[in-house]
Design a binder for this molecule. Sequence first.
Ligand SMILES: [Ca+2]
Length: 315
Amino acid sequence: MRSIQGRKILVVICVLGAVSGFSLADVYYSPEQLFNNRMSSLQTTILKHLDERLDSFERRIERKLGQQLTAMQRATDNKWLEIDDKILVLKGVIQQNSGAYFSSCRYVPSEFSNVFMIRPSGVNTQPFMAYCEQNYLGGGWIVIHKRFDGSVDFNRNWAEYRDGFGELDGEHWMGLEKIHRITRTGQYELLVVLKDFDGDSKMALYDGFKVDDGGAKFKLFLERFVHGNLGDSLDVSKGARFSTYDQDNDQNPDGSCAQYYTSGWWFKNCMNANLNGPYRQHDKDNKTMNWFAFHNNLQGLKEASMMIREKVTVV
Ligand SMILES: [Ca+2]
C-alpha cells in the first residue's frame, strides 16, 4: 500500500517537473556558484600542470646536479693526484733541507726529474746537490752536463771545469772532481741525449764510464757503446785527458784543441764530438756543440745532456 502511494507521489513530481521544466537530474546553481565551480576546476587543472612541470623540473635539476657532481668528483680526484705528486717532490726537498740525502739518483723516491741531495758511497765524499733525470731508460740518472739554450758560457778554465759551473736546474757542468768521486765508487753507465734544431732527438748508451782524478788530468775511461740511435762519436775520446784553454793535455803536438775549439773537453787530436763547444747552429770551423754521427758533420746541436747511473748487478 505504501509503495503504491510512493509511486504515485513520484509520478506526480515527474509530471510537475515536466510541466515546469524542473528535473530530478538538474540541480540549480547560482551564477556565483557556477563561477566558483569553474574557478575550482581551473585551479585543479593549473595545479596539476604545475605539479607535472615541477616534477619534470626536479628531474632535470637532479640529472644536471648528478652530471655536475660527477664532473666535480673527477676534478677533485685529479686535484688529489696532483697534490700527491707534489707531496712526493716536497718530501724530497724536506729530506734535503733536513740534512737527509740519497745514495744516488737511482734511490730518489720521485718519478719527477729534480734537484736532490746525493752522497755516493765512496770514502770522503761529502753530500752534494745533483739534478736527477727520471725520463730516460727507467730514470735514476745523475746529470753531469746539460745545455739547451746557450745561456751559459762553456769556454771556461781548468779550475772551473774541475769545480763545475752553471745552475743545476739550468745549463750546467757538474765538475770533473765530483764526476771522478762518483764514478770511482762503482760501475757507471753513461747516457748521452741530444736534440738537433729540427727537434729530432737521439741517444747513445755506454756500459762503462769513469773519470780519473785530477793528477791523471781527469782521463776518460769509456766502455762499449751498447744502445741508441746515435752513432758512437765518443770513441775517439776514449783514454783522452781533459784539456782547457789554460791546460793543454791533448795529443795535438802543434797546438791546443781546447783553445782552437774554445771549450774544455777530452781532446786527442782533436775529436769527433764536443758537447762543450760554442752554442751555435752553424760554424765553418766546426766550433759548435756537436756529435759527428748525428748528421755526419760537426755542425751545432740544440740540446745536449750527459748523465750517469750506477749499474746494479742482479743476483
Ligand atoms: Ca797540444
